[in-house]
Design a protein around this ligand. Sequence first.
Ligand SMILES: *Cc1c(COP(=O)(O)O)cnc(C)c1O
Length: 455
Amino acid sequence: MNKLTFERPFIKKIKAGVPSKFGMNTGIEAITHIDGVSVTQLLEKYGSPLFVISEKTIRNTYREAKRAFNTRYPKVQFAWSYKTNYLNAVCQVFHQEGAWAEVVSGFEYEKALSNGISGRHIIFNGPEKSEEELTKAIQHSSLIHIDHFDELFTLIELSERTSEIPKVAIRVNMDTGVYPIWDRFGFNYENGEAWDALNRIMLSKKMNLVGLHTHIGTYMLSHDAYRIAAMKLADLVVGLDKKYNHSIQYIDMGGGFASKNTLKGAYYSGSDTAPSFNDYAEAISSAIINSQIHPDKLPMLILETGRALIDDAGYLLSTIVANKRLSDGRRATIMDAGVNILFTSFWYDHQIHPAQTMSQNTEETSIYGPLCMNIDVIRDAAIMPLYRKGDKVVIKRVGAYNLTQWMQFIHMRPAVIMIDSDGNTHMIRDRETLQTLNQLEHTPAHLRQTILQES
Ligand SMILES: *Cc1c(COP(=O)(O)O)cnc(C)c1O
């Protein structure tokens, strides 16, 4: 008898539906209405796919965050992070609620001004600000957050040519116990670079040092990291007071609070693991209040929360295009919204809900977008209802970053509508057309008429 050939044992990953200790969380209940408005009717009226923003959710989330901080700290100011979602209508909801603007480029700076925000209420962050942009920010009395020494030296130079004194803060990066450290932005705390920058600003006497800033990362699941960061900034505040008898006006703790989306590969769902606004507020406020800063000199606390304030307010509605079987028998479903407009599907397992009631039957399914590109995978091997061609789906929690990082690629970008607090719908960004693209292009005269030769 021939011996059987040995085959190395192997471990096979179960791809879909690994239950956590709370059991299977398939999250497939139907969402037929958003803020009382029928999803089917929205798609009929505005076409598919379609982004929907809930004004009510923005306001409720903002008020919840504000309350968490206002009840714990005497002076709090939010600044809306433009890059997270800079649709004008969205920015204006935040501004109406009292948020300043936080921008990271000259373009975003202009956008904030054109939204009617006074320069004094614009925080100018980011590693790349041109001399022209800095000059403008100085003249508008904006809060300039210095990222590196070259920018610091440029500001010293510019301050001699402008009538206004630049109002500045430095961005500080630090070890907060979360790795890797975001040390590419700002000046490091531990190696003394932050003090070096502060000393140069104070000794130059050319700038008004008004604040200290940090932004320790994004989707930070550890609220303790904020406690450590706030303690370190408070140390700098105390040191500035001691050495220069200088009181700064604010500590800006940046953004980075997690939203309730679930990261790919996470064991628990994001709605179970994301700290609440209360958790973050408690960590930050207690660190500052219990520091050595004199109670009469407590600085204003600025927050630049992006993701956690807008993610829940955004929905993406889409239509199922087809079903097919892959060569290994797996079910695949194609819908008309792809990764080009849902950038966050690269790191989140987005919840996809049917917009109509479905049977309880499910199957492991890969959900693909409409692009003729292999990377266009919205969900790989997830437990899904048995969608049919023409069914509608609602993807939840897509308000952060998708409407700024989306790409015009293969398909035009879809329309965005807002449902106001009374349930009325408003088009806030038109669907792109061929003309949207063509208006930027110029075809040289000798290429305008191409006639293919018949052979
Ligand atoms: C991106 C960014 C934010 C917002 O971050 P979220 O993670 O969306 O809260 C805030 N401040 C700065 C400097 C940023 O670059």
